[in-house]
Design a protein around this ligand. Structure first.
Ligand SMILES: *Cc1c(COP(=O)(O)O)cnc(C)c1O
Length: 499
């Protein structure tokens, strides 16, 4: 099956014409081929498409314009924080001193980058109320694994080998239970209470001498602040377990709530979400991890240290033996951390608090506007995102959240996150972020209203949406079970055979 519409056009292989060639390489040395040992020369040229340079450029530029991006429109993907990424960050990350620094450069030649990394660590520690931060992990998920490996090392260092379980609320991101099992723990799922918070009684009942850690997302993936967080953390510590905070939703609480001061022992940051790096399509990212006193000895190596003389250096091998070791090459995803630095410095402390306040304001505004259009299961004040549901619409018209999401594409919007969290039927998780204009928020709500009208008047239009996108609706079962993502190459130098 092919899902390609007209706008996708032929592939480069299909455009290829023998002898048409690409661009010119300036002045190749005349003896290039004779310098390669003859047994390493291929007998035939590679099967690369032959197209002229302008055709090649247009092909990729046109493809790039089929992408939906924050730079082209509203992208309210809940939990992902697809906010505007200021262009000054890109400028900073491309500065030659950062971008061209060799990862093996000796500390003396890397002082600027080391100082920047050290300062990012100080900022993050201050924002989270943590003692120290490792910048090494490449993403939130890897940050989680790093954090839980430190928890494991902590219990082992005390000879406490009985702690084999990690408690995770049922509204958690899938990476939380995945992390727990990758680190060798059994996951115990904790149900949510009717108000969307963790069910405190079920939580207390699940805590035991077997509990190594509890992973809590706060605000939760329902966009709700865990109002009984003090009681929860007291119970965790009374049981001798440690508290992990999934900090993906930090953009709701900066300057208002410090997880470390509240009693969390460890948390990760999604730097690419909260501190703005373009992160569609799986990367790039950075998932620094902050720790309190107890986990300090176990931080990955190498940390960036500041010497009494003000110079910076990386920890040397063997310098801190309790460390869980390295979790990534070099010092981390430095380009993303440079962007975070630019963002942190541009906003300052009061600016960051404003970011959170505006994100919460935008979400509550949208929530009030969506109420009455779709179901809004939790009426209490939300944080930076809120959950809506098409359950009533489905009962009335047969139109599901999937249809609503696909139809939003025809209205020019990226759909919100759908069917997550799993605890809400026909869920839409909407995160407007602080960077959108009031008119944009209103236009999105208006589109939702129109779609609900269409659901009553012309449901078939919705079942077959989207109608305007380069790729039409996929058969999701086939796409998931028999993905055919490979273009079969031509044989020899013949024209490609369609397959
Ligand atoms: C995004 C997210 C993660 C995973 O972070 P990545 O950087 O994508 O690996 C974990 N938990 C929550 C709540 C998230 O939103």
């Amino acid at each position: 099956m092919t899902a390609a519409g007209d706008r996708l056009g032929p592939t480069l292989f299909e455009r290829s014409r023998p002898g048409r060639g690409g661009g010119k390489v300036p002045h190749p040395p005349k003896d290039t081929l004779s310098r390669i040992p003859s047994d390493q020369l291929r007998a035939e040229g590679p099967n690369l498409p032959e197209v002229a340079e302008p055709e090649l450029t247009r092909h990729f530029v046109n493809l790039s314009q089929l992408n939906y991006a924050v730079d082209s429109g509203f992208y309210p993907l809940g939990s992902c924080t697809m906010k505007w990424n200021p262009k000054v960050n890109e400028w900073a990350a491309r500065l030659t001193g950062f971008a061209s620094l060799h990862p093996f450069a000796p500390d003396e030649l890397a002082q600027g980058t080391l100082q920047l990394l050290w300062e990012v660590e100080q900022w993050l520690a201050e924002i989270a109320g943590m003692r120290a931060v490792t910048l090494q992990p490449s993403a939130g998920a890897q940050g989680e694994l790093t954090g839980i490996l430190m928890v494991r090392a902590y219990h082992r260092s005390r000879g406490d080998l009985a702690r084999t379980e990690v408690l995770v609320p049922d509204s958690a991101h899938g990476t939380n239970p995945a992390t727990a099992s990758m680190a060798g723990f059994a996951t115990v799922s904790i149900p949510s209470a009717p108000d969307g918070g963790v069910d405190l009684d079920a939580f207390r009942a699940a805590l035991s001498p077997k509990t190594a850690a509890v992973m809590i997302t706060n605000p939760s993936t329902l966009g709700l602040f865990e109002s009984r967080i003090g009681e929860l953390l007291a119970a965790v510590h009374a049981a001798g377990a440690l508290a992990y905070m999934d900090g993906a939703n930090l953009n709701a609480i900066m300057g208002r709530f410090k997880p470390g001061e509240a009693g969390f022992d460890v948390m990760h940051f999604n730097v690419h979400k909260t501190f703005s790096t373009p992160h569609g399509g799986g990367g790039p990212g950075a998932g620094p991890v902050g720790v309190g006193e107890k986990l300090l000895p176990f931080l990955p190596v190498p940390r960036v240290l500041r010497e009494p003389d003000g110079l910076f250096r990386l920890e040397r091998p063997g310098e801190r033996t309790a460390s869980i070791g390295r979790v990534r090459s070099f010092a981390g995803n430095t380009g993303v951390l440079v962007r975070a630095y630019a963002y942190l410095r541009a906003h300052g402390a009061s600016g960051l608090r404003e970011v959170s306040d505006d994100a919460v304001l935008a979400a509550n505004y949208m929530k009030s506007q969506v109420t009455g259009v779709l179901d809004v299961p939790f009426s209490r004040h939300c944080m930076h995102e809120f959950v809506a549901s098409s359950a009533t619409l489905k009962a009335q018209t047969g139109i599901r959240t999937l249809d609503v999401a696909k139809r939003l594409i025809d209205y020019g919007f990226h759909p919100p996150t759908i069917y997550f969290p799993l605890t809400v039927e026909e869920a839409l998780l909407i995160e407007p972020t602080e960077t959108e204009a009031l008119e944009t928020l209103d236009a999105f709500v208006q589109a939702l209203r129109s779609i609900v009208d269409e659901a009553h008047s012309d449901p078939d239009l919705l079942h077959s949406a989207p109608h305007s996108s380069p790729v039409r609706r996929l058969d999701e079962a086939t796409a998931a079970r028999q993905p055919n993502l490979r273009w079969r190459p031509m044989t020899g130098r013949q024209m490609p055979c369609p397959d």
